[in-house]
Design a protein around this ligand. Structure first.
Ligand code: GTP
Length: 240
């Protein structure tokens, strides 16, 4: 059987911080981290270019802290620092499985990571290094989903892979309704109007205005990133 060709040349993978926590829900579970790294390594071999934006919710959730009375900007900065911890952890795990990476941070911390420089990030990608973008957009009030949309646009990615813990978007809550059906395709406007939980509205609007498709799928299923890269029908695709 002829090996399948990737459907994309350059992708932006958005990982939530929680994805690294495993079942404990907090911090970094090394077994989970290494499993994700192996999944990414498998895709890396397909010779596509990969940028990764990682969240920080496994360590600190800025939005939740501000809801509990903390100043929003301060709690968002703490959340951005949390993404840096995850980025360094992911870099370590990826390099252990022979994936060449560079971490670029939107907040300068030269001793730990390179600063975010768009042209340099693109050069790294061209040299087949995975670039992990840390510290969100570097600004409070913006989520890491919005950072993913922004970086995807900046590096001219073909698509955003939004890896989550569910198989895609359903017409009703699959945990409550047995007859809930997964939706294969959605329009940006439907996501916005129905407030579907794909990404926050700023991120969706940015993708809509720039016609960047988003594929959301379950990261917990081994091999799903590979299927997504090969253009197999998984998850829910959001586009025009
Ligand atoms: P090319 O020159 O394009 O091949 O890229 P390169 O990343 O191999 O070269 P560079 O000399 O920029 O980086 C060498 C190593 O140092 C890489 O692991 C970079 O991630 C790291 N590095 C580069 N700049 C910084 C920085 O400002 N801070 C930190 N902490 N590391 C850096």
């Amino acid at each position: 059987m002829a090996s399948k060709k990737p459907a994309y040349k350059r992708v932006l993978l958005k990982l939530s911080g929680e994805a690294l926590a495993g079942d404990s829900g907090y911090g970094i579970d090394l077994e989970t981290l290494n499993k994700i790294a192996r999944d990414i390594a498998e895709v890396y071999k397909l010779d596509i270019e990969i940028g990764i934006v990682i969240g920080g919710g496994n360590i600190f959730r800025g939005v939740a802290a501000s809801a509990n009375g903390m100043d929003r900007a301060s709690s968002d900065y703490m959340g951005m620092l949390a993404t840096c911890i995850n980025a360094v952890a992911l870099q370590e795990a990826l390099e252990k499985v022979n994936v060449v990476t560079r971490v670029q941070s939107a907040i300068s911390m030269a001793e730990i990571a390179e600063p975010y420089i768009r042209r340099k990030a693109i050069r790294h990608l061209e040299k087949k290094r995975i670039v992990i973008f840390a510290a969100g957009t570097g600004n409070p009030y913006f989520t890491t989903d919005t950072a993913a949309a922004l970086r995807a646009m900046e590096i001219n990615a073909d698509i955003i892979f939004k890896a989550t813990k569910v198989d895609g978007i359903y017409n009703k809550d699959p945990e409550k309704f047995k007859d809930a059906k997964k939706i294969d395709h959605l329009k940006y406007m439907d996501v916005l109007k129905k407030q579907l939980k794909v990404m926050d509205s700023t991120a969706i609007s940015l993708c809509m205005d720039n016609k960047l498709p988003i594929l959301t799928f379950n990261l917990k299923v081994s091999g799903n990133i590979r299927k997504a890269v090969l253009g197999e029908k998984i998850g829910t695709l959001v586009e025009d």
